[in-house]
Design a protein around this ligand. Structure first.
Ligand code: RI2
Length: 318
């Protein structure tokens, strides 16, 4: 698959889920690097810088995407030879993919410890990190029942219920607006995250904050399963996470909209759950209260207050 094809598939959500997007970007950079012929370090850097910038902006909210691109491409500014640049980038891309897969497995192990035999778990959207917690607990012999939401308008809940059903887990499929109705039957909520800010707010699929609110009201624990590359470094500088708003067609067909001249369709893809509604964030390095998000950014995303080039997928040469 070419870089442009990967970008298109991420844009159209054929490749989706914050972790999968990040891994697809890493693979695209790896392939892009391997597929070119280069005269010198400068031409290699330029080609990879253009690719990095393009990929990093394909979906605006999932910070896993620019974080992955940064981790892979940023050190290009520090190397002195073409060989060093190319082999280093390809090693980092492969390492990112491996780390990401291992992180999901580790999160599953940690998250499963919160699930007791007989528990009823609610999840929203299709998060491989959140699902891994449920699947791991199930593999450990826990008898679990799940409430999974539909997730309008893109119906990611259908992917979730297929995974759960295939694993042999008893699953209730509910419309998004039924989450509060069923919360009284739920012991634990687990979702994923597309981005986590320095103050521990969780940006995830639209509707997540309503579920967290209902969980808080019902005194049900609300856990977030998220690899460290879902934390957003630039929120340390006061930058806000941009919430992607997708096309109206996803919600209401153009022909119907044409009959409703006074109606505007709004289609935000994500919402923000404040830290006070989140009991724990489970990362591959252990679980943290949301208030400790700064530590994750500082220790695991190579953030450095003096290094303001973190926002670019690469650093300019001196
Ligand atoms: P994992 C998804 O976004 C969902 O919001 C999901 O909770 C989140 O990414 C994290 O998913 P979308 O791509 O990385 O469906 O845990 O818009 O798989």
């Amino acid at each position: 698959m070419t870089l442009e094809e990967t970008a298109d598939r991420i844009r159209s959500m054929e490749i989706r889920g914050a972790g999968r997007i990040a891994r697809a970007a890493a693979k695209a950079l790896l392939d892009h690097s391997q597929s070119g012929t280069y005269q010198d370090l400068k031409s290699y850097r330029e080609r990879m810088m253009v690719a990095s910038e393009m990929l990093a902006g394909v979906r605006p909210t999932a910070v896993s995407l620019p974080n992955a691109v940064n981790l892979i491409s940023k050190p290009l500014s520090l190397v002195k030879t073409l060989h060093e640049a190319k082999s280093g980038l390809e090693e980092r891309a492969e390492a990112f993919i491996t780390h990401s897969e291992q992180a999901v497995a580790k999160i599953g192990e940690i998250g499963a410890r919160h699930i007791r035999d007989g528990d009823v778990v609610m999840t929203h959207c299709n998060s491989e990190a959140a699902l891994q917690c449920i699947l791991t607990a199930h593999q450990q012999g826990m008898d679990i029942e799940v409430y999974a939401t539909e997730v309008r308008p893109r119906n990611q809940g259908h992917i979730t219920i297929k995974t759960l059903s295939d694993a042999g887990i008893k699953t209730n499929f509910i419309v998004d607006s039924a989450a509060r109705y069923f919360m009284k039957e739920v012991d634990l909520c687990i979702t994923g995250a597309d981005a986590i800010t320095v103050n521990g707010a969780v940006i995830n699929k639209i509707g997540t904050s309503q579920i967290a609110l209902a969980a808080k009201e019902a005194r049900v624990n609300f856990l977030v399963a998220a690899e460290t590359y879902k934390f957003a470094p630039r929120t340390i500088l006061g930058e806000r996470i941009l919430i992607e708003e997708r096309p109206a067609d996803e919600v209401l067909a153009a022909a119907v909209r044409a009959t409703l001249p006074n109606v505007t369709v709004r289609n935000p893809t994500f919402d923000v759950t404040p830290a006070e509604y989140v009991d724990l964030i489970i990362t591959e390095h252990g679980e943290i209260p949301p208030g400790m998000a700064y530590i994750i950014i500082k220790e695991h995303l190579q953030w450095d207050m003096d290094n303001l080039c973190i926002d670019y997928p690469y650093c300019e040469e001196e």
